[in-house]
Design a protein around this ligand. Structure first.
Ligand SMILES: [Zn+2]
Ligand SMILES: [Zn+2]
Length: 136
């Protein structure tokens, strides 16, 4: 891929992928589905065209689940370590990439919060919390 290729992987390293900008979007999604799926207050997601993404290792380890009630919503994960992983949209046009799985700096920052009205009641602006360079 191009020199701007970004690499990503799961926690155990069994699965790795690469993708390249530009991104269709880069946002924080606060919907209830993303709270469940991520186990956190929101999901940081990038969408890229399928042509800008490829698995480079361990594709056979990638789990995939389509939420029956949803038009598009899927989840992807490593079946060894459980890390979230990219998943392909049902129309095969794009891949949703959980940004925390990137090993490289995506070179840009999220553009927006979506489903803000559904945000977790315990969500706090990270900038408002006491901060430590490492675990306390
Ligand atoms: Zn893994
Ligand atoms: Zn969401």
């Amino acid at each position: 891929m191009a020199e701007s290729t970004l690499k990503g992987s799961c926690l155990c390293g069994g699965v790795a992928y690469e993708m390249s900008p530009p991104f269709i979007f880069f946002h924080h999604c606060h919907c209830n589905r993303c709270q469940k799926s991520s186990g956190s207050a929101f999901a940081a997601n990038i969408l890229v065209k399928a042509a800008q993404f490829q698995w480079i290792r361990g594709e056979e380890l990638v789990g995939h689940w389509e939420l029956p009630a949803a038009q598009y919503y899927c989840t992807g994960w490593c079946t060894v370590c459980g890390s979230k992983l990219p998943w392909e949209s049902r129309n095969k046009k794009g891949l949703l990439v959980p940004v925390g799985t990137l090993d490289d700096d995506p070179g840009s920052q999220p553009e927006k919060n979506i489903y803000w009205a559904s945000r977790a009641p315990w969500y706090a602006n990270p900038a408002d919390l006491p901060t430590f360079d490492e675990g306390r």
